[in-house]
Design a binder for this molecule. Sequence first.
Ligand code: ADP
Ligand code: MG
Ligand code: MG
Length: 882
Amino acid sequence: MKKYVYMFAEGNAGMKNLLGGKGSNLAEMTRLGLPVPQGFTITTEACNEYYDAGGVLTAEMEEQIFKSMAEMEILTGKVFGDLKNPLLVSVRSGARASMPGMMDTVLNLGLNDEVVEVLAKETGNPRFAYDSYRRFITMFGDVVMEIDKEHFDAAMDEIKERSGALSDNDLDSDDMKEITKTFLKIYEEIQGEPFPQDPKEQLISSITAVFRSWNNFRAVYYRRMHNIPGSWGTAVNVQEMVYGNLGETSGTGVAFSRNPATGENKLYGEYLMNAQGEDVVAGIRTPVPISHLHEQMPEIYNEFQNIADRLEHHYGDMQDLEFTIEKGKLFILQTRSGKRTAMAALQVAVDMVAEGIAGKEEALSRIDPNSLDALLHPAFKPEALAKADVIATGLPASPGAAAGEIAFTAEEAFAAHEAGKKVLLVRTETSPEDIQGMNVSEGILTSRGGMTSHAAVVARGMGTPCITGSTASQIDEKTKTLTIKGKAYTSGDWISIDGTTGNVYAGQIETQPAEISDNFATIMQWSDDIRQLGIRTNADTPTDAEKARELGAEGIGLCRTEHMFFGEDRIFAFRQMIVARNEVDRRKALAKILPVQQDDFENIYRSMDGLPVTIRLLDPPLHEFLPTNEKEIIELAAELAMTHEALKGIITELHETNPMLGHRGCRLAISYPEIAEMQTEAILRAAIVVKREGVKVFPEIMVPLVSEVKELTFLKKVILDTAERIFKDAGERVEFEVGTMIEIPRACITADAIAKEADFFSFGTNDLTQMGYGLSRDDAGQILTAYYKEGIFEFDPTSHIDRDGVGVLMEMATGKARKTKPQMHLGICGEHGGDPVSIEFCHLLGFDYVSCSPFRVPIARLSAAQAEIAYPNKDKKILVGS
Ligand code: ADP
Ligand code: MG
Ligand code: MG
């Protein structure tokens, strides 16, 4: 028979997947001999089988549960439902990953109209007995029967008012008795049947309810946010009750072994005397700081401190503990790794290594790489923020705090910036044309678009705070008004945004710059010592490149050339190039672009000083560079000295039904090889110039969107021929490579052939994911909503490399490439290059590097170290499909 239930004494901390976090840690603490009330855990497998069986506990499960209850009775000397010495239990949820407050707990289970009397007599404390019973009725009603807690709370408030009680503690035993009676009545009225008196029935329905709560709305939502699969299931813990509500020598509390905000090595927490369970967090009474316990009950305080220390040493991490004191005796009810701010995470890691509690690898593994983001961006001054009101919210698209005067167009932003103002760009959505205005803005707010919209992607790349999809912000770009909740804001008005939280504020909130601390430098150093993956950056400008180097980038993995064309001094020539009707005119226009582009590359090489720089040839479809609104088309036609009709004709001609699969990437350079020639010339001439200055250079020319090796063969010849011409002309050579982006499924499948022509591969997982799924991220919003609802997807499938599908393509391409060229270098330059779980996958594939936006470089350094710690090079195995 399968084992569905484990006594605490049978489990250990390694059994998290089966027993959940809470259960496995309760077992571990039991093993360590800590004062933990007795109990048992029903496994996550039971939860899954409960769902498979259509939402019922099987006979086998019930049998094992009651067998374990019988064992608990022996261990505790108490009997469930007994009228002499009754055993009461709690029924607690506990999944593999901690999901605080997402699922449900029932306390004091086993009470009924008779047992409560026994408890009152036995303890000589009827107030306690009825307090416990009324809590049980509330929790059972709420969790198991889904009776709105409001009903009970309202009745409680009424009685409190009537008896003049300020807090729950002022209620005496008669009040509690009355409350209990009222609650039983409310229960019966709403349920249409009396409160269940049989403890066994209470137990089974509570366990069922906890399993059910795994799929309640907030739990599903939490899982989506944190990428926790529904298939993990939750465990259920049944545990002997200890009573913090037995009077003034009893109490309950929660405490961290260190300060979770700063990392300071000092107990941090709160407690309440004569209280139970959730009272501390529920805010019914104001809890007292844990330091006070030192005076109130010094022995208990010291014992707790010792246990916290011992658990820290045991787990090698800061702990978050729940405790209860029953008549002067301490019990530990939960321990887990404590959630902490990024600042605290670094402090704790550095301190724990110094204190010998954790090794470097262990300490590094405990830091959430994504949290580092918060340390690299400006934040609002806490005093200033406390006084501010949130006027709207949106998606936290790019972290950091920003305040500025509103500008509604890129031009307006640029002009205001030139005039020395701080600007906040507010638009319905942004487009590539806005790049210059975005670049000078402190922050960006859009009313439309998601986390992967143009504004979001570009802002993250620039490290500019950004909120997208703020639907409550009505933006009228024509009249230049932003309306939020009926209040209008216009150009020059101050607003503030927090791209970390998605909150929009009226007025100017003071910000403070990010500070890179010594701890940060230490953690980065440790990471660099361990990691195997190289870390490059996606940077299009010298400013980005320098920022990335400061943050530890070891080269550029993706320099997109198209952003370079949007500058005021070059967009005109570029548009001339687009509208040219023949090669001669096109070459004329390209010749004008050449020097500016060369200049950009020189500066990028200088800032990278000898580190590799991968430059991608022109990628986006040409229509993106032409205006769409009539006024601008008329203006441009005049500038270009062509008729309005002619320009419109060209725009119509460039229009594509499906631009994502249209005339872009290498296809542009195949139609117009002179574009690739000009770009190659700019890349290599720049290299020669800086080489003469004594700067080391190593350009890698990257051809985008290849699906067929002959495309690469064709363009490689164009590139190499151009190179020869330039080297001859300059009387000097520079070393460089020609490689390709792998971003079309067919390129993965034919990677062995493509590898013959390529010096390197860089996986463009943004496109590869979209084409792998056949799903455009920009249009996914509505589709995903339906898919979440039906449980087809649990979270956005594009947010991490999909190991089951896209990952298999990558593994295939990697294997084929290495077969053709064992030493070929491989990297990734999609946004996944900055995503910790995707970085782990790249590590498993044995890539040489990942490339990400400058501000994610530290995240990538730590993630790469964590990947090596979890999967050391020696036993690297590809985990596709896991
Ligand atoms: P959550 O995951 O929401 O914290 P818990 O299962 O940890 O839920 O329980 C909620 C509260 O009830 C906590 O304060 C916990 O300490 C308390 N509690 C749980 N089981 C017992 C018990 N057997 N005796 C006393 N208090 C308990
Ligand atoms: Mg808890
Ligand atoms: Mg692409």
